[in-house]
Write a protein that binds this ligand. Structure first.
Ligand SMILES: Nc1nc2c(ncn2[C@@H]2O[C@H](COP(=O)(O)OP(=O)(O)OP(=O)(O)O)[C@@H](O)[C@H]2O)c(=O)[nH]1
Ligand SMILES: [Mg+2]
Length: 303
């Protein structure tokens, strides 16, 4: 199918076309650039990032949020980024299984993607997939990152709002701030409120949030397993989404800028991959011959 025809089918909401288009941009083939060029500019979709350390309940919570938004009649796309499995080389199925009850719903589209070593908890094509889901008319795109604990969290850039999902027993609040997580959240979710230590964690987080200078953030306690607190969490996300609906320019720019930067990063990395190997061989030879230092060779390669 021609990229322009594929783009029209995606815009009509054709699910098979969307699946094909996502595979095309994931593989980065020749038609991919043409397809992306023929999409209209991003306009309406609310992008919600869900991040946090491994095993805190992100997927279980996304499943609850799907229920929350489906009750409102909204159409939701989900991108679940999994670490690349060393065995299969593809995305793990765990996240899809947790959200399986929505599999038959025509207004929900769930896609797992492998991170394939791409940093920041995303996959290389994440921002392109957001653009495709936007074109397909989804009201909300939820991105679940690879379970991460460090500060290079690119999901912040592409999202309009970021949930940082934590749970009791992760260690004290100092560890949360050390991991850079206090720099990124719009809503801090203390999940697994059925476990001991949840209330103490909420108190600690409220203290940290009050200390934030440049912005405000909320702290919400939930149990994704039972659904307790999910309505309240949904309301605090809706407070942010309503700003987007009202045309908040800063918020719109935040996600668009993140997508531009991520896409540029992807292009640079691809170019670098094509160039680097033969040049690196030659430069390594020059280092071995004593003509260049490693850092001089690296600067030349970077240029
Ligand atoms: N007790 C309790 N367990 C929960 C709750 N929510 C999720 N879990 C469990 O926590 C485990 C991890 O849940 P996931 O939803 O896979 O967590 P995740 O953050 O998506 O995990 P990764 O994607 O692997 O980082 C599962 O065994 C869930 O059943 C909760 O509210 N209470
Ligand atoms: Mg998960």
């Amino acid at each position: 199918m021609k990229p322009s025809a594929l783009a029209s089918s995606v815009r009509r909401g054709d699910r098979r076309a969307l699946a094909m288009a996502i595979s095309l941009v994931e593989n980065g083939g020749p038609g991919s650039a043409a397809l992306l060029r023929s999409l209209k500019r991003p306009t309406r979709t609310f992008v919600l990032g869900v991040t946090g350390p491994p095993g805190t309940g992100k997927s279980t919570l996304v499943d609850r949020l799907l229920q929350f938004y489906r009750k409102m009649g909204l159409r939701v796309g989900v991108v679940a980024v999994d670490p690349t499995s060393p065995i299969s080389g593809g995305a793990l199925l765990g996240d899809r299984i947790r959200m399986a009850r929505h599999a038959g719903d025509r207004d929900v589209f769930i896609r797992s993607m492998a991170s394939r070593g791409w940093s920041g908890g995303l996959s290389r094509a994440t921002s392109q997939v957001i653009q495709l889901m936007d074109a397909a008319g989804f009201d909300i795109v939820i991105i679940e990152t690879v379970g991460i604990g460090q500060a290079d969290i690119e999901v912040v850039g592409v999202s309009h709002a970021v949930l940082v999902v934590l749970m009791p027993g992760l260690g004290d609040d100092v560890q949360v701030s050390k991991a850079g997580l206090m720099e990124v959240g719009d809503v801090y979710v203390v999940n697994k409120s059925d476990l001991e230590g949840a209330d103490a964690m909420v108190v600690n987080l409220l203290g940290l949030v009050r200390g934030l200078k440049s912005r405000s953030a909320a702290v919400v306690k939930v149990s994704a397993a039972s659904g307790d607190g999910v309505e309240a969490l949904g309301k605090s996300i809706e407070a942010i989404r309503s700003k987007l609906k009202a045309g908040d320019r800063e918020l719109m720019l935040r996600s668009i800028k993140g997508m531009v930067v991520e896409t540029a990063r992807g292009e640079l990395m691809q170019k670098f991959g094509r160039l680097s190997d033969s040049k690196a061989d030659r430069l390594a030879g020059e280092v071995l011959a004593g003509k260049l230092s490693v850092s001089e060779a690296a600067s030349r390669l970077a240029k």
